[in-house]
Design a protein around this ligand. Structure first.
Ligand code: ADP
Ligand code: ZN
Length: 622
């Protein structure tokens, strides 16, 4: 029988053993709860409301899926994106869980079938879009159903502060009153306090218990580097450590997305573009290819990513500066959901800074919102310019303290040199002041280097005392110094001209010699070394750490997984995650009984794929 989502599962009888831990082990194939999962699950099983803030990959789904299976009735999951629902339902069915989705992509007939299953109590979990859930007819329908819980996924969509605001989410406030006694659990990976407050207030979760996990993603390595030759840098990042792996490359503009994707293809890296300007069909096709293929690169604007559940994204690169640390964390957070090592790279330069500032200024937002946006950009730049551990700086922005440097970022692995930049700063500031605070970085550097050209001569700047006093640094070093001074707030980029730099109040004590400035020394040679250093110590490709013989078995299992996935038209990771394949390759179980110890090998998967896996392992040993 083919069902509404086009796969072949027959809705089976409910078959879950009682306790939450049993379900975790038998159905999901995980040994133990992680972090706060056990506490959250038991709180919700007991009927309590909860707000769960956990980073991507933290294991949020388990927090409502298991209670939904433990409690009587169907778990209703509100989810904003059809692609996301589809993915989750596919994965759940692989586990033998009776899940379905209701959304606008279904035909009337399919919708009726889901409703019939719902009415007959044949569903454990149903995923619905908020606008469908809130239809009066659907609410009435639910009045007659037995509901285990409401899970509100991506709950930050209720907040106007975030970038994913969905007005329909506001209507969910009625659920508590309409279905008293049914626990509600709101989940998100967005942690800022304003969003937290909005979730509690707008969803009327006044008495909900808050579960706030650490936002650290220890398996993600961060590197932030000056833009030098961005394409070359990107290529060496991908081909050095990530060849054949799945990754996302973010660019600001649609044109750049297309150019970059096309260029990567010419360099032998299979890539597809994704942005809001593409035809909807093409967009869907490219996204689908990315989800289903092993090792495709998606070059995208930020239009791509929300609700992307692909667990084995091994790298995320930013060719342009994101809008804020929140955006940066969310975008990089898509890497390594499966907990295996992943790597991120952010390239930025003075131009990014100028561009981002003018985007804010030219935007339609009211003045106070613009001020917030500027402040968010500053916070991001602060992390870019830090000479210490990136992770410490990042987490401290989210209100967490990491006591020791992480040892897994460019700041830790290849510390930057700093130097006393007071005199350099004085020279840079006076170049701007003496030329009337009207010129951009290019001209100011010309003045400092003593370059005689049409512009310096016409302006009479070759006669200034600052002319040629900066020959101890080269052009790149000077632009780095100017950029750092802007980030430090010593200079600012005028919003109303072509990136003119001017000194701020904070420049005075420096000019007077009352304040010292420490600067990073980012020469291009250092940048290259940083990238090489990362390549050398990386362990990103999970299979690369395996012994050669084991790696061969891993590849054979991967091929078998690909075959099984294609057969059913599902992404390979819903069959098995890489971590399951690695455990199989390393332990080489010989019988079905031995398979129970393999992480991710639940009862149903063992029944379905156990024989195929054992056959591959037997073949590998021969
Ligand atoms: P989130 O929704 O928070 O981003 P998921 O629920 O998708 O995270 O879980 C991320 C990954 O962690 C998944 O691959 C999931 O199978 C795995 N996972 C979740 N809980 C556990 C656990 N207790 N033990 C082992 N793996 C787990
Ligand atoms: Zn670090």
């Amino acid at each position: 029988m083919t069902d509404l989502l086009g796969f072949d599962t027959q809705l089976s009888e409910r078959q879950y053993p009682g306790s939450a831990l049993d379900i975790l082990q038998t159905t999901f194939g995980h040994k133990a709860f992680r972090g706060q999962q056990a506490e959250i699950v038991s709180h919700v099983v007991d009927g309590g409301d909860a707000i769960v803030l956990m980073p991507t990959g933290g294991g949020k789904s388990m927090c409502y899926q298991i209670p939904a299976l433990c409690r009587d009735g169907v778990g209703v999951v509100v989810s904003p994106l059809i692609a996301l629902m589809h993915d989750q339902v596919t994965a759940l069915r692989q586990l033998g869980i009776r899940a379905a989705a209701l959304n606008s992509s279904l035909t009337d007939e399919e919708r009726l079938a889901v409703r019939a299953d719902l009415r007959a109590g044949r569903l454990d979990l149903i995923y619905v879009a908020p606008e469908r859930l809130m239809l009066p007819s659907f609410l009435e329908f639910l009045d007659g159903a037995r509901i285990a819980l409401f899970a509100i996924d991506e709950a930050h969509c209720v907040s106007q502060w975030g970038h994913d605001f969905r007005p329909e989410y506001m209507k969910l406030e009625v659920l508590g009153e309409r279905f008293p006694g049914v626990p509600r659990i709101a989940l998100t990976a967005t942690a800022d306090p304003q969003t937290q407050q909005d979730i509690r207030r707008r969803l009327r979760l006044d008495d909900a218990r808050m579960f706030l996990a650490s936002f650290d993603r220890p398996n993600i390595r961060y590197a932030i580097t000056l833009k030098d030759e961005p394409r070359r840098q990107l290529l060496s990042f991908i081909s050095g450590a990530h060849k054949g792996e799945s990754g996302i490359v973010y660019c600001l503009s649609r044109a750049k997305v297309e150019d970059t994707a096309a260029w990567l293809c010419t360099q032998g890296i299979e890539s597809l573009p994704y942005h809001a300007g593409l035809d909807a069909g093409v967009r869907r096709r490219n996204q689908d290819a990315f989800l289903k293929a092993d090792g495709l690169v998606l070059v995208a604007t930020i239009a791509f990513g929300m609700g992307i559940d692909k667990p084995d994204i091994r790298f995320v690169a930013h060719l342009d500066l994101p809008a804020s640390l929140e955006a940066f964390y969310q975008e990089t957070g898509r890497a390594g959901r499966d907990g295996l090592p992943a790597e991120t790279l952010l390239l930025y330069g003075m131009q990014d800074l100028v561009l981002r500032r003018s985007m804010i200024e030219d935007g339609e937002a009211p003045g106070d919102v613009k001020r917030v946006e500027h402040a968010k950009l500053e916070a991001l730049l602060g992390v870019c310019e830090t000479a210490g551990c990136r992770r410490q700086a990042l987490l401290s922005h989210f209100g967490e303290t990491l006591p020791e440097p992480c040892g897994n970022c460019d700041g830790c692995l290849d510390p930057v040199e700093t130097f006393d930049g007071t005199v350099a700063a004085q020279k840079a500031i006076s170049a701007a002041v003496r030329t009337g605070q009207r010129f951009g970085v290019g001209h100011l550097v010309d003045v400092l280097l003593g370059v005689k050209n049409e512009k310096t001569e016409r302006q009479g700047h070759d006669m200034l005392p600052t002319f040629g006093i900066g020959k101890d640094f080269d052009r790149k070093e000077w632009s780095s110094i100017f950029r750092q001074l802007v980030v430090l707030g010593v200079m600012e980029v005028a919003h109303d001209s072509y990136g003119a730099l001017r000194a701020t109040e904070a420049a005075r004590p420096i000019l007077r010699g009352e304040r010292q400035v420490r600067l990073r020394r980012d020469k291009p040679s250092v940048i290259k070394r940083a990238l090489k250093g990362l390549t050398k110590v990386r362990a990103s490709d999970p299979a690369s750490t395996l012994a050669p013989a084991t790696a061969l078995i891993f590849e054979a299992l991967r091929a078998e997984r690909g075959r099984l996935a294609r057969e059913q038209g599902v992404p390979p990771y819903v069959i098995f995650h890489d971590s399951t394949l690695i455990a199989l390759a390393m332990r080489q179980p010989r019988s079905l009984g031995d398979l129970t110890d393999i992480p991710g090998m639940g009862q149903k998967k063992m029944e379905r794929y156990g024989a195929a896996v054992l056959a591959v392992l037997a073949g590998g040993a021969a």
